[in-house]
Write a protein that binds this ligand. Structure first.
Ligand code: FES
Ligand code: FES
Length: 187
């Protein structure tokens, strides 16, 4: 397929992908290098689900409102429906599939189970990824801070209270175990 030179800067022609041209990209998904093909306008959420088979990332609104598609990009929570797959090249993408250790569940997932912080589960993958990021940055949040963080997610089932309880429980247990202070020192 032909390339155009629109947008050329400083005398160097810019390479523009054709509308339906598929390009091979490589990224690190949950610690493993993965490659796949995507179209220029393909969303990262669709690429993860349909090309790489990482269907744990859910898609709801597809315009950045519901938070169901949240993943971590280089460690930072981000809406995968607001990012193009091509923008993820050479980045580290973490999804809910990578949250649990090789055996069992992560402490965050265990807390969600303990507090019944999910019902249908549609929103849960995205909420878990936001919480995982948030607790690394704010190890000891107040209830108001947790509720503010969760305001970026829509859950139609739980009423949020059990989710808030689960996040605060994790924070308290990490603090008791000294994990939070160690991570804060390393940061
Ligand atoms: S599907 Fe991405 S925010 Fe709703
Ligand atoms: S658990 Fe059903 S939408 Fe959140």
């Amino acid at each position: 397929m032909s390339k155009t030179t629109k947008g050329a800067e400083f005398g160097k022609p810019a390479e523009v992908m054709g509308r339906h041209e598929r390009r091979r990209i490589t990224l690190t998904l949950n610690g493993r290098e993965r490659s796949g093909y995507c179209e220029p306008r393909e969303l990262l959420s669709d690429f993860l689900r349909h090309e790489l088979g990482a269907t744990g990332t859910h898609v709801g609104c597809e315009h950045g409102v519901c938070g169901a598609c949240t993943v971590r990009v280089d460690g930072v929570a981000a809406r995968s429906c607001l990012m193009l797959a091509v923008q993820s090249e050479d980045r580290a993408i973490d999804t809910v599939e990578g949250l649990a250790p090789s055996e069992g569940l992560s402490d965050l997932q265990e807390a969600f189970r303990r507090h019944h912080a999910l019902q249908c589960g549609f929103c849960t993958a995205g909420i878990l990824m936001s919480c995982a990021d948030y607790l690394e940055r704010v190890p000891q949040p107040t209830e108001a801070q947790v509720r503010d963080m969760l305001s970026g997610h829509l859950c139609r089932c739980t009423g949020y209270t059990p989710i808030v309880a689960a996040v605060l429980d994790v924070a308290a247990r990490r603090a008791a175990a000294g994990v939070a202070s160690e991570e804060a020192c390393d940061a």
